[in-house]
Design a protein around this ligand. Structure first.
Ligand code: GDP
Ligand code: MG
Length: 371
């Protein structure tokens, strides 16, 4: 693989070469603007500038890799499951829809298995896996977006046919637009006598989402999340859309992705649900998660089953981190625990420094106000 110089990398990630030089110096690595960096150091630098890591390593992974491995790149990518988020106004049926899908698509051997709430789950539809994010509402999504995380491939907007387009429906539309991801509208509660599907289609059109059947380009499905009507068609639609969008990743590299949720468990310590977005995570891998680090001591799926490895688009719950990360934090696996520790510590110091400068600014502000 061909390496980049400090100057070239700086251009590529939109930073000053001096920032990279300073960073590497802090890590005990003396370089100049013309020094050539190996892949490992490039990764390390990108990891440091977290938003850029995301852009370069996750969103523009193929672009970034092209720089290093021109020929192999596309051939390294293989199909991965789509990652879906269900949004919509409160009481319009998001939870019911998730439950119905989950109950209808437990695969054999999973029957009777206790489903764990880990904030995300995967189902099998016609032999294809689909990942659903089960984040508690729009706040989590907003928080992740604010941290630069792009976690969802498709947004399903649920609108109750007996109600109408409500404030959180509009919010969901805005989220999907801002994220630049395709939308599937699910007009829900069509089993109800008061259901008025045309009204929903008209109100959604007023908000920029015109149904295909009206000459627009938004896919609408009509469902009853409670009864199950139309849900198979909705899942079919997800598969077709995924086929068209052709979601891909490289399973044969160290894993990277985003924290979906995290908590401190009394017995187990820090527990984090990770969405693996690229690469494969293995039990025992060294990981940096935000400013936390550790080894993947144990990894389980949404049924609590222990996994030795998990590939792109898999949601997994891991233990083994030294502190609790934050939803939206980016994680990356490394081949050495020493490196993981070093990166996490540098990131932590930087975060502390940032917080300190923010709080001293506040203090000055307070002083000014008192005068
Ligand atoms: P959420 O707030 O969007 O998660 O909405 P819920 O899934 O909690 O649903 C709110 C209420 O609507 C619950 O009482 C559900 O049973 C009911 N509900 C959801 N989907 C349907 C449906 O398709 N038909 C009917 N009749 N009721 C539904
Ligand atoms: Mg709910």
């Amino acid at each position: 693989s061909s390496a980049l110089t400090v100057g070239e990398l700086a251009d590529k990630i939109g930073r000053n070469a001096s920032e990279i030089i300073k960073l590497l110096f802090m890590m005990g690595n003396m370089v100049t603007i013309n020094s050539t960096l190996d892949d490992e150091t490039i990764e390390l630098v990108c990891m440091e500038f977290n938003v850029e890591v995301h852009k370069e390593i996750i969103i523009e992974e193929s672009d970034f890799e092209e720089q290093m491995d021109v020929e192999e790149d596309a051939s390294l990518l293989t199909e991965r499951p789509p990652v879906i988020t269900i949004m919509g106004h409160v009481d319009h049926g998001k939870t019911t829809l998730l439950d119905t899908i989950r109950k209808a698509h437990v695969t054999e051997g999973e029957f009777g298995g206790i489903t764990q709430h880990i904030g995300a789950y995967q189902v099998s539809v016609k032999g294809k896996k689909v990942t659903f994010l089960d984040t508690p509402g729009h706040e989590a999504f907003t928080a992740m977006r604010a941290r630069g995380a792009k976690v969802t491939d498709v947004v399903i907007i649920v609108v109750a046919a007996d109600d109408g387009v409500m404030p959180q429906t509009k919010e969901a539309i805005d989220h999907a637009k801002a994220a630049g991801v395709p939308v599937i509208v699910a007009v829900n509660k069509i089993d109800k006598a008061e259901a008025n599907i045309d009204r929903i289609m008209s109100e959604m059109s007023d908000n920029g989402l015109m149904p295909e059947e009206w000459g627009g380009n938004t896919i609408f499905t009509k469902i009853s999340a409670k009864v199950g009507t139309g849900v198979p068609e909705l899942l079919e639609t997800i598969l077709v859309l995924s086929e068209v969008e052709d979601f891909r990743a490289n399973p044969n590299k160290m894993a990277s992705g985003t924290v979906i949720e995290a908590k401190l468990d009394k017995g187990r310590g820090p527990v984090a649900t990770l969405l693996i977005q690229n690469g494969t995570l293995h039990a025992g891998d060294a990981v940096v998660v935000g400013t936390s680090f550790g080894r993947v001591r144990k990894m389980v799926d949404d049924h609590g089953r222990e996994l030795k490895q998990a590939g792109p688009s898999s949601p997994v719950e891991i233990i083994g981190l030294n502190s609790v990360p934050v939803a939206g934090d980016i994680f990356k696996a490394f081949d050495s625990e020493k490196k993981a520790r070093q990166i996490a510590e540098t990131r932590l110091n930087k975060r502390i420094e940032q917080e300190r400068s923010v709080s001293s600014a506040l203090t000055l502000d307070d002083l000014a106000r008192q005068i």
